[in-house]
Design a protein around this ligand. Structure first.
Ligand code: FEO
Length: 393
């Protein structure tokens, strides 16, 4: 792990986790991730902004030590989640003189996570400024992107914003800066979908707010540093804004090919209408790609066979994820096939999706194999989807 200078007196200490495949046993990391800490050396005082995942503490401490800091005045904790606070106890052991700057929520979470005693903390408030001499740290308490404690730290003189998880990307790379924008956009979109999309209105508010500030550089807590802030801010304004794209996402699975035939037919008809369509087989779902596809899509059609009197469990899991992520999707559909049962599947599946503020199209559910009337109903669904997207887009 190396130390790299962003501006005079401002350093990035980025722990690159090349090997991690899964975050929180939940979020796939196809390209690994990084945990970013920063050091700000002022004319009078020095601050460390966040730390790294506990698994990288052994690499982090020598990097911090290599800066030759005799006295560390502050450890700013922008966020208590252990991937950023995990090394704070070890840093405090190395620098017992340091005070942990945290808002009241972050202090509470750090105390419960690490058992830090009250005397190590100095509380900070929203918009409070702490001087390091010739550099001033302004703190912005920005709850719910993505935890209640989340804080941004802004160096006023250098116009550098440390944005915590916000505007980040799970991407292990030796690149310090986010100059490979096509690659960063893919990773940042997936990250936004998985971490920030459930808090879309907050993400929009803060992206708008940051777009009015004088910012030369954005140092997130994951992924490369942005030296063209408008690149990531404009992406967030679009992703978190209300506009959707005419895209149809179809999570599906099939047990005896009946639902698969319906999906194949619907995909073809939608493509004939010029709509972008993306089916996802949910039996072995790539949840990161699925989440990323939901970011701007106007329409989701769930396609499931009936198991007992509900959707197949793999569809229930995909629906749970879609519901939890709260995409801005406007239209929803349910299609599928049942064997000995009835059409109760559509009702129980719809009830699993209360967070989707969608207008539901008439469901198309058939007994056994799809017949001519099933395909006619799919034609009507295609017309409904095409009409809605033409009107809305
Ligand atoms: Fe990267 Fe919310 O921790």
């Amino acid at each position: 792990m190396i130390v790299r200078e962003l501006k005079p007196g401002v350093y990035a200490l980025i722990a690159i986790d090349w090997d991690r495949k899964l975050f929180d046993e939940l979020v796939p990391l196809p390209e690994g991730t990084t945990y970013n800490a920063y050091v700000v050396v002022g004319s009078e005082k020095t601050a460390l902004i966040d730390s790294v995942h506990p698994s990288m503490t052994d690499a982090f401490l020598p990097a911090l030590k290599s800066l030759g800091i005799e006295r560390l005045d502050y450890i700013v904790s922008n966020h208590a989640e252990p991937d950023h606070s995990g090394s704070i106890p070890a840093v405090l052991a190395m620098h017992p003189e340091a005070k942990v700057l945290a808002n009241v929520k972050c202090r509470s979470l750090l105390t419960s996570s690490h058992g830090l005693p009250p005397e190590v903390f100095t509380l900070i408030k929203d918009q409070q400024v702490v001087s390091l001499g010739d550099k001033s740290l302004r703190f912005m308490w920005v709850p719910w992107v993505h935890w209640p404690d989340t804080t941004f730290t802004y160096i006023e003189e250098d116009r550098i914003l440390f944005s915590c998880d916000f505007l980040g990307a799970h991407l292990a790379t030796s690149d310090l800066y986010a100059d490979d924008e096509a690659r960063i956009e893919r990773a940042a979109r997936m990250y936004y979908a998985e971490i920030m999309m459930p808090y879309r209105t907050h993400a929009k508010k803060y992206a708008d707010q940051l777009s009015t500030m004088a910012i030369d550089m954005i140092g997130p807590s994951h992924g490369p540093v942005h030296r063209r802030p408008e690149f990531i801010l404009s992406l967030y304004r679009n992703w978190a804004g209300d506009a959707t794209r005419p895209e149809v996402i179809i999570p599906y699975l099939s047990m005896y090919e009946s639902t698969a035939k319906m999906v194949a037919y619907l995909v073809d008809r939608l493509m004939e209408k010029g709509l972008s369509v993306q089916p996802f087989n949910v039996v072995d779902l790539d949840s990161g790609r699925f989440a990323a596809a939901l970011v701007e899509a106007s329409t989701v059609v769930f396609a499931s066979p009936t198991v007992l009197d509900g959707p197949h469990p793999s569809m229930a899991a995909a629906a749970y994820l879609a519901n939890a992520l709260k995409p801005k999707t406007r239209y929803g559909g349910i299609i599928g096939s049942y064997g000995w049962g009835n059409d109760a599947m559509q009702n129980s599946l719809e009830k699993m999706l209360p967070n989707l503020a969608v207008q539901w199209f008439a469901p198309v559910v058939t007994g056994g194999v799809p017949k001519s009337e099933s395909f006619a109903a799919l034609d009507r669904l295609t017309e409904d989807i095409a009409r809605a997207n033409t009107v809305e887009q």
